[in-house]
Design a protein around this ligand. Structure first.
Ligand code: MN
Length: 258
């Protein structure tokens, strides 16, 4: 019996999560356990709650809510609820909105899979373009197909998949790299009814049009699958004797600074 942990960052009642739970529970020989935030936790990234207690609530059979982040949910699931027989796979989503390129560093959806990778559990994140004509149903159908394959061909340790689905009919699967944004986030200044200033972080993402990226694939109506790992080391720079190591290794700390 394969045990699948389903989580998200849109909250335990989000439609994308419910569709995902439904189709995965339908795969023969699987047991699906849902542990998700009790409210919207989008853009909470990989944050972990350490300075207050967490409450776990069984919402319905096999579905739990946590008053914390997606990473908190994975921790409580793996180290408490599923203790003794950890999940074979962690599936996060289906997020309401894409998680492309640079945005994966903000994403709670993708961060749940980061946590999975750190714990040595194969993990995959699904995000759906929610512009016109999108369908969680269609996305869930593809998720089911991919998850069935992942149960038969588990991911190597440390590798996780970030899947983004286009809004219309689903095109072919494309293996992609992360794209980059061109916009600068803007901050809007307003005044509240008591005359005090407040700020709102805003901005619509625009993407550099580059072949081979997740953005290019989704823009072309294809299903983007980006293999990710958590090692952020820049190996090219690490091993480049004319780069950083030329001056960095020559720095001599003063004795008092040692
Ligand atoms: Mn979200």
């Amino acid at each position: 019996m394969a045990r699948i942990l389903v989580t998200n960052d849109d909250g335990v009642s989000a439609e994308g999560l419910l569709r995902l739970q439904e189709v995965l529970a339908d795969i023969d020989g699987t047991e699906v356990i849902v542990v998700a935030p009790d409210r919207e936790q989008s853009a909470t990234s990989h944050s972990l709650t350490l300075h207050r207690p967490l409450r776990l609530k069984e919402v319905s059979a096999g579905r739990y809510s946590v008053d914390g982040t997606p990473t908190d949910c994975v921790s409580l699931a793996v180290f408490w609820l599923m203790k003794g027989s950890p999940p074979d796979l962690i599936v996060s989503g289906i997020n309401s909105g894409l998680n492309l390129g640079d945005d994966v560093t903000y994403s709670g959806t993708v961060s749940a899979t980061f946590e999975g990778a750190l714990l040595g559990i194969p993990s995959v994140a699904f995000s759906q373009d929610i512009s016109a004509e999108f369908s969680f149903e269609r996305a869930a159908g593809f998720a089911r197909l991919l998850v069935r394959s992942l149960l038969a061909h588990p991911l190597p340790e440390g590798l996780l998949l970030n899947v983004n689905l286009p809004a219309g009919q689903l095109g072919p699967v494309r293996l992609t790299r992360l794209g980059s944004r061109v916009y600068r986030q803007s901050v809007i200044e307003k005044t509240d009814p008591r005359g005090r200033r407040y700020f709102w972080i805003a901005g619509t993402p625009e993407w550099r049009h580059e072949e081979g990226t997740d953005h290019a694939a989704v823009a072309a109506g294809e299903i983007s699958v980006t293999p990710l790992h958590l090692d952020l080391t820049d190996y090219e720079r690490l091993n480049d004797p004319s780069g950083l190591n030329r001056w960095l290794l020559a720095l001599e700390p003063e004795p008092s600074e040692r």
